[in-house]
Design a protein around this ligand. Structure first.
Ligand code: SAM
Ligand code: SF4
Length: 408
């Protein structure tokens, strides 16, 4: 720890880059109901054909594998698999098992592979945890969102606090690792209430929490309520206080912020999410999924059609549901690496920026931002990160850094 009680730069992560292997993201696009704040690619359907979905995912994955080429018969290695949504815990455990069997037939999984599934904490879904564990899931991320019943109602959630508590306990029994999400800065929430809710959350947690400040997204019911003045969020200054208190309370409890919204005991970070933020390669399959796929020195950006119906139809026709698959330029890669990496507490790895993107940030710009107290650089000059002040203006900071990129 330094004198401010912060993890020293470079020490806030115990998972070295070389241990982070490529990831695979599988999107499940359905939910029981649409939450009023959510703009994720999620659709309400009571009936869906899981067999057809599995077949389409497998075909799309084979299509992606056919793009790689040049590796002979060697199976590509995966270090993490992530079932995200939507609500993937609505899938039958056999469906998850069938997908994992297929993945094992095409990839070699690392000995300590992390296989996460996002779950809603309803009793129906919690009843499937044991079977999901048997199917191969070893980490679950639960959408608890709040530890007050009234708040859960305002968030339009289908579960109550008691159900969430039972799901947390069952998740901790059924999976080697688990995490849960809470949303703060909610309508009318007082800082003192959040402090006690967070401390309760920490007591219940198992080494990892995702703590998201409520954001108003375009096209959501919350956006309409907010525009009509019926939803009150904290002012900018109070949002900063919420954020800073959250960091401090977690840090005091040994849960280090390793990204803007993610907190973990050392070694308990989500490996899959670290792949995104450290700009590692990953494949993404399913409606609306994105990927960053390595082909030799090239990096392909893939994006699939968001509508499940149109995605399935195109997979049937073409063998994949992608609507774009573009080779990124080095300059685009550098911008992405900054955008993702500056979210991390350790910041971006300037050597990787050179190695992967052939880019450096002008030293004058780094000096200027460090002198302004917005950035910090490691003693070895390998990592650049946002300071506590810099995190508050992260978007502008990333824009400035991006404007100061130059080829090396
Ligand atoms: C894909 S969603 C959720 C997965 C799961 N279906 C659920 O609802 O629990 C991932 C997380 O994003 C967070 N989230 C979604 N929309 C948000 C918003 N507008 N503001 C803050 N957090 C949000 C929630 O905490 C949610 O658990
Ligand atoms: S927050 Fe989760 S459950 Fe709610 S609509 Fe979004 S993806 Fe579905």
């Amino acid at each position: 720890m330094d004198k401010n009680g912060k993890q020293p730069i470079n020490k806030a992560h115990k998972i070295p880059d070389k241990e982070l292997l490529p990831g695979l993201y599988i999107h499940w696009p359905y939910c029981v109901s649409k939450c009023p704040y959510c703009d994720f690619n999620s659709h309400v359907r009571q009936v869906f054909d899981e067999r057809q979905y599995v077949e389409a995912i497998c075909r799309e994955l084979d299509y992606l594998l056919s793009l790689r080429g040049g590796e002979g018969d060697r199976k590509p290695v995966l270090g993490s698999i992530f079932f995200g949504g939507g609500t993937p815990s609505l899938m039958q455990p056999q469906t998850v098992g069938a997908l994992l069997d297929f993945v094992r037939s095409r990839f070699s999984l690392s000995a300590d592979v992390e296989i996460t599934l996002e779950a809603n904490p309803s009793s129906v879904e919690a009843a499937r945890f044991e079977a999901l564990g048997e199917a191969g899931i070893n980490r679950v991320s639960l959408g608890v969102q709040a530890l007050h019943d009234e708040a859960l109602q305002v968030l339009g959630r289908a579960h109550g606090v008691d159900e969430a508590l039972a799901a947390i306990a069952l998740a901790q029994q059924s999976f080697a690792r688990s995490s849960f999400d809470l949303i703060y800065g909610r309508h009318g929430q007082q800082l003192a209430d959040w402090r006690s809710e967070l401390k309760r959350g920490i007591d219940l947690s198992d080494g990892h929490l995702s703590l998201y400040q409520l954001t108003i997204e375009q096209g959501t019911q919350y956006k309409n309520l907010y525009d009509r003045g019926e939803l009150k969020l904290p002012s900018d200054d109070r949002s900063v206080r919420f954020f800073e208190e959250t960091r401090k309370i977690c840090e005091d409890a040994g849960l280090h912020a390793y990204e803007i919204s993610n907190y973990a005991a050392l070694g308990e970070q989500s490996r899959h999410n670290l792949v995104y933020w450290r700009y590692g390669p990953y494949m993404g399959v399913g409606p609306g999924a994105h990927g960053r796929i390595l082909r030799g020195q090239q990096r392909l950006a893939s994006a699939a059609i968001r509508s499940p119906k149109r995605w399935i139809a195109q997979v049937g026709e073409l063998g994949h549901g992608f609507e774009s698959m573009e080779q990124l330029t080095q300059s685009e890669m550098a911008d992405e690496m900054l955008l993702m990496g500056m979210r991390l507490t350790r910041g971006i790895d300037l050597n990787q920026l050179k190695l992967i993107c052939n880019r450096a940030i002008k030293p004058q710009k780094i000096d200027e931002l460090v002198r302004a107290g917005l950035c910090e650089i490691s003693a070895t000059k390998d990592f650049l990160r946002a300071s506590d002040r810099g995190v508050r203006v992260l978007n502008q900071l990333v824009e400035q850094l991006s404007g100061a990129l130059q080829p090396v």
